[in-house]
Design a protein. Structure first.
Length: 278
């Protein structure tokens, strides 16, 4: 039986794809084995610190999960796997989009600094909200606002696509010209910042007159002004749309918007229970 060059190419491509899938499965297996080993070490270390022991359950576990995923990302990179392609939030018209990414993206971070400041805010303000609301309500608030932030980011990207990108088949990135389909897959969002900004908003609404020292200001400001100031900065930064600014400013605002809606709903529902909101 004779095989044409075209058939040979098809067979060769199928074999290459099958081999890549086998290698990828082996690498992912090795990755999770390494994470499993490091998990017990990390839990043993954090259990020794009394501050960590006293931290509310949800706040503590959110920080642990985010740190583990971050180190898991670093380990995966050593095996040639970019977890952002799987867990980061892709634009919903991109081929790599998966609805589950609306949850997974908020546990991914673009670097150590990104992770550190987000987790510092979760520790500083999240534990207070959890003590006031309880673990179930706080966890729901965190996840719902994170998802809401992702939805707002998707909406902003869709508006940009319809008003600018949809008229073109390719995009000049400054380094090369790539097909639109490839560019859409590059529109990826990662980070817990949407949920973190919702936490900041929650703290400002529950304790509006709480004085806070904010570097580099030499005097304290009330929490409500701190939150309003941050919201305005994000709004102006988002509208400015400066070249090279890869921060999802509208996702931050989206987290605050969903947080505001939730708190106002709970405030109306729990009217008379001043413990929650005074």
């Amino acid at each position: 039986m004779l095989t044409s060059p075209k058939d040979k190419n098809n067979i060769s491509n199928k074999n290459i794809k099958k081999t890549q899938q086998i290698i990828e499965k082996e690498l992912i297996g090795s990755l999770f084995h390494a994470l499993k080993q490091n998990l017990f070490v990390l839990l043993h270390l954090v259990s020794k610190y009394s501050e960590f022991k006293m931290m509310p359950t949800v706040t503590k576990n959110l920080i642990i999960i985010n740190v583990l995923v971050f180190f898991g990302t670093l380990v995966a990179q050593r095996y040639g796997i970019d977890l952002t392609n799987y867990l980061g939030l892709h634009f919903f018209l991109a081929s790599d989009f998966n609805p589950a990414q609306l949850i997974t993206y908020m546990f991914m971070h673009g670097g150590f600094t990104h992770l550190f400041f987000n987790m510092f805010a979760v520790w500083m303000f999240g534990r207070i909200l959890e003590q006031v609301w309880g673990p179930k309500r706080f966890l729901f608030y965190y996840l719902a606002c994170g998802i809401g932030a992702g939805l707002i980011q998707e909406l902003v990207q869709y508006i940009h696509y319809e008003t600018v990108l949809s008229a073109y088949d390719s995009v000049n990135t400054g380094y090369s010209i790539i097909p639109m389909e490839e560019y859409l897959n590059m529109m990826t969002t990662v980070g817990a910042s949407g949920a973190v900004y919702a936490i900041l908003l929650g703290f400002g609404m529950l304790f509006p007159n709480q004085p806070m020292f904010v570097f580099p200001l030499p005097f304290p400001i009330k929490a409500k002004y701190f939150v309003i100031g941050y919201a305005l900065i994000e709004l102006f930064s988002g509208l400015a749309n400066n070249p090279g600014d890869n921060v999802a400013h509208f996702a931050h605002l989206g987290g605050m918007i969903f947080g505001f809606i939730l708190i106002m709903y709970w405030r109306k529902k729990d009217r008379g229970n001043g413990y929650y909101y005074n």
